[in-house]
Design a protein around this ligand. Structure first.
Ligand code: PAF
Length: 292
């Protein structure tokens, strides 16, 4: 595999992408904040399969972090990311500095209304405005045919699909299944914050989702009963502090009191100081290596 080419300027990224399109190439695009893991690798591999040119962006986007959140401490390691990107066949890494994306005078925001409000939107006000603004900018710069996002950030994927539909953007959004560690923990760059004891405690998230979706699949459709099952598991874990446990329609994100096959169960839990999220579509259920 050849080394990915690193671009830091918006102008150069636009020119490279335009030249590729002029030659008839289709562009696959994987937007990330770096500190890549196997979840990102699955997006890059699918991008490699679908497009002629594979572009990865690495940008820790300041506007999607709230006051007191982990923007400063967010893990960064471009050398390591570059090796993972190379092994996944990435052609270009776009890694702009913040001043390229948000030059002096910047004042335009993209805000998706209803689906941005609940869940992480309620816990992290302004978060999705930052996400949709930066993703819209990245789409305008790269103009990809396909863009890849993980279902681990289910609400983010829903918000981005809404933005693309509402603003008539010409990009196909491809959602990819959550990648889990062999013991069930959903892969996330933030897992690197966990001590080994916290890492064990964090397994309560996938255990709770597994239990609730198994209960649903055995015929229990009452959200009150399913929530009780989830809270029972999460609250037994001394290190865990529940932020939310919610049952919502998998498309509109409207609240549900009776679950059906399309119901999303989404949880956010603090393990020590680390906030983790995970989810399952209850009708699909989840599994991982040690559960196979
Ligand atoms: O999922 C992420 O890593 C980020 O939210 C994204 C989509 C790259 C926007 O900064």
């Amino acid at each position: 595999m050849s080394e990915p080419f690193i671009i830091t300027s918006v102008r150069e990224m636009k020119e490279r992408a335009a030249a590729a399109r002029a030659e008839g190439a289709t562009i696959s695009f994987v937007p990330t904040m770096g500190f890549l893991h196997e979840g990102h690798a699955s997006l890059m591999r699918e991008g490699r399969r679908r497009g002629d040119l594979l572009v990865l962006s690495i940008f820790v986007n300041p506007t999607q972090f709230g006051v007191g959140e982990d923007f400063e401490s967010y893990p960064r390691d471009l050398g390591r990311d570059r090796r993972i990107a190379r092994d996944c066949g990435v052609d270009i890494i776009f890694a702009p500095p913040a001043r390229e994306m948000y030059p002096a005078g910047f004042q335009t925001w993209v805000n998706v209304e209803t689906v941005s409000l609940p869940l992480c939107g309620a816990s992290r006000p302004g978060h999705f405005r930052g996400v949709t603004t930066v993703v819209a900018k990245l789409f305008n710069i790269v103009k990809p045919s396909f863009a890849f996002f993980g279902e681990k950030d289910y609400q983010q994927l829903t918000v981005i699909r809404r933005m693309v539909a509402d603003l008539n953007m010409e990009v196909e959004i491809v959602g990819m299944p959550t990648v889990r560690e062999p013991d069930g923990l959903a892969m996330s760059s933030r897992n690197s914050y966990l001590s080994s004891a916290e890492r064990q405690s964090a397994l309560c998230l996938s255990r709770a989702l597994y239990s609730a979706s198994t209960l649903y699949r055995s015929g229990v459709v009452s959200v009150a009963a399913l929530r009780e099952e989830v809270l029972g598991i999460l609250e037994r874990e001394p290190d865990a502090r529940v932020d939310y446990v919610e049952f919502r329609d998998g498309e509109s994100l409207e609240e549900r009191e009776v679950a059906d096959d399309h119901t999303l169960l989404a949880v956010a839990v603090r393990i020590g100081t680390t906030r983790l999220i995970d989810n399952v579509i209850v009708g699909r259920g989840i599994t991982w290596k040690e559960k196979c």
